[in-house]
Design a protein around this ligand. Structure first.
Ligand SMILES: Cc1cc2nc3c(=O)[nH]c(=O)nc-3n(C[C@H](O)[C@H](O)[C@H](O)COP(=O)(O)OP(=O)(O)OC[C@H]3O[C@@H](n4cnc5c(N)ncnc54)[C@H](O)[C@@H]3O)c2cc1C
Length: 494
């Protein structure tokens, strides 16, 4: 049963100097991350709505991790710069305020960036991705931002049926081939896996050391407070309605700047980015804090993240306050738009709860306290980017494909260093595009209904393969053919 919490969170209006409580928000089936943002929403004196015609050095559009980390790194590198951040709704309204909290030392679509590079170069780039996780942790502690950062590594497990072992062994070979180091990614036997987490049928798995977790809502709150202290001007309820010729227009004013950063990712409303990024929906649940006997039964004592080999995606972790946070099964809807409401249906919750209990049968009965959904951005080039079009005075970063918590920090630093004209390992990385127009870097999506038909076909094909393999049905011709077909799909989209 889901329960309403005792301390109903409150949405605060930031009009009229803030602190006007609107309706109480029952967080029953709402975003746990939103709750953290709400609980600390009293401290918002530094945030305004944008009004009047202003001038700045840099305007950042979008108040998620990409926008806030870009402001942070830019201000650190160039304290003299007048930087302003415009958020259409509330900071953290987008995916950054409602994700699953994995901080991954890798990049979705990395192979596209590394293709053709020599091994030593690939290894150096993988080192940057690994270091990014530690840098996030170090920055949070240096800035005294308590966002529950915890580096417990990740378990990529074969946890339900035998065919998963080969999938995970292939994935490990892929990680090492990309350039990740053996000491970061290593194979665990079935017993070693069971020492760390007690899955239903452990066949072994990968331990990836460079993966951490954090509480996204707390990170948003901490970053906003830090930026306010650094004299970055922060605006909420201030959507950019257009960006044109060095000017960002909002409903009540405008800001002119020689550089405008579009950091809107899956929640994008800007016409410039719309052809290049599609919004994909992703849903997460959280349990009530588990009892010690439940933790004893399922393990996860070191609080690693976990994912089970499935093309349909499932992932989770043990939160600092002793909950299981579990996400599974994203989807693309016809002509999709960003998902603004957080709440999800009982059906969505029950489906994810059943998957979680299937992974951990010893968990027993468990109450789900929260369930929420959001939107991530999928770029047609299936790889993240940090890009500056100097002629147009525009920069952007995104395309994280559901792995943006660490990637947004990396791309934000890359953007900040590029904007300051630095020559660094990040500005020389293959995801850094200086002096390029968006069309040169990120392809345009096909129009509907092609996008939707493609997504449906791939999802159906993945689901059929999974259904056959998990029931251990060996169809001599169909099984391998389906697997080869899905490998080809995966090579295109993952
Ligand atoms: C349910 C879910 C679970 C996820 N789990 C993980 C995970 O465990 N690990 C991981 O690495 N990644 C995860 N992700 C992905 C990750 O959250 C995102 O990749 C990342 O947060 C993107 O950050 P961003 O700042 O680029 O975009 P967002 O956080 O989406 O922020 C964009 C912001 O731009 C604002 N905006 C849009 N248009 C305008 C405009 N015109 N003017 C002003 N503002 C505008 C929006 O309101 C929004 O706040 C998950 C995503 C979802 C939805």
């Amino acid at each position: 049963m889901t329960k309403a919490p005792s301390n109903d969170a409150i949405f605060w209006s930031h009009r009229d100097n803030g602190r006007v409580p609107l309706a109480p928000l029952s967080i029953d089936k709402q975003a746990i991350n939103e709750q953290a943002i709400d609980e600390q929403a009293g401290d918002k004196q530094a945030i305004d709505e944008q009004t009047g015609d202003e001038q700045a050095d840099v305007v950042i559009v979008g108040g998620g991790f990409t926008g806030l980390w870009t402001a942070y790194h830019l201000k650190r590198l160039a304290p003299e710069k007048d930087i302003r951040v415009l958020e259409a709704r509330r900071f953290g309204h987008g995916a950054s305020g409602r994700n699953g909290g994995w901080v991954v030392g890798n990049l979705a679509g990395l192979e596209r960036h590394l293709k053709g590079l020599p091994l030593a170069r690939r290894q150096a780039l993988c080192e940057l991705l690994s270091a990014n996780v530690d840098e996030i942790g170090a920055t949070l502690s240096q800035e005294a931002i308590d966002a529950d950062f915890h580096k417990g590594g990740a378990l990529y497990a074969a946890a339900r049926y035998p065919a998963q072992e080969a999938l995970q062994r292939d994935y490990l070979a892929h990680l090492l081939e990309l350039g990740h180091r053996q000491h970061d990614c290593r194979w665990l036997s079935a017993d070693e896996l069971s020492d760390r987490a007690r899955f239903r049928r452990p066949f072994g798995g990968i331990f990836h050391r460079q993966v951490a977790t954090l509480h996204p809502g707390k990170l948003i709150v901490g970053l906003v407070a830090r930026l306010a202290a650094m004299q970055v001007r922060l605006y909420e309820q201030s959507p950019a309605t257009s960006i044109d010729d060095g000017k960002v227009t909002t409903p009540q004013g405008s800001i002119r700047a020689p550089m405008i950063v579009m950091a809107t990712e899956g929640y994008n409303t800007l016409s410039q980015l719309r052809p290049h990024l599609v919004p994909v929906s992703s849903l997460v649940i959280a349990t009530e804090p588990l009892s010690q006997s439940q933790w004893d039964a399922i393990g996860l004592a070191q609080r690693p993240t976990f994912a089970d080999a499935s093309r349909l995606i499932n992932y989770g972790h043990r939160s600092r306050d002793g909950r299981l946070i579990f996400g599974a099964r994203g989807r693309y809807r016809f002509n999709a738009r960003p998902r603004h409401q957080a709440s999800i249906t009982q059906g969505d919750i029950q489906m994810r709860k059943a998957l979680l209990q299937d992974l951990f049968p010893d968990l027993g009965e468990v109450d789900i306290s929260h369930g929420w959904g959001g939107t991530l951005g999928l770029s047609r080039s299936f790889r993240p980017h940090a890009l500056i079009d100097r002629r147009a005075g525009i920069a952007t970063a995104g395309g994280y494909a559901g792995e943006g918590v660490a990637a947004s920090h990396l791309m934000a630093r890359t953007l900040a260093e590029m904007l300051c004209g630095q020559d660094t390992p990040l500005t020389r990385a293959p995801w850094a595009f200086d002096g390029c127009a968006l069309d040169q870097v990120v392809r345009r999506w096909e129009p509907e209904p092609l996008r939707w038909l493609g997504a449906q076909t791939i999802t159906l094909s993945y689901a059929t393969e999974e259904a056959l393999a998990s029931r251990e049905r060996h169809l001599p011709l169909i099984g391998p053919a389906l697997s080869r077909l899905n490998d080809r799909f995966a090579a295109v989209i993952e």
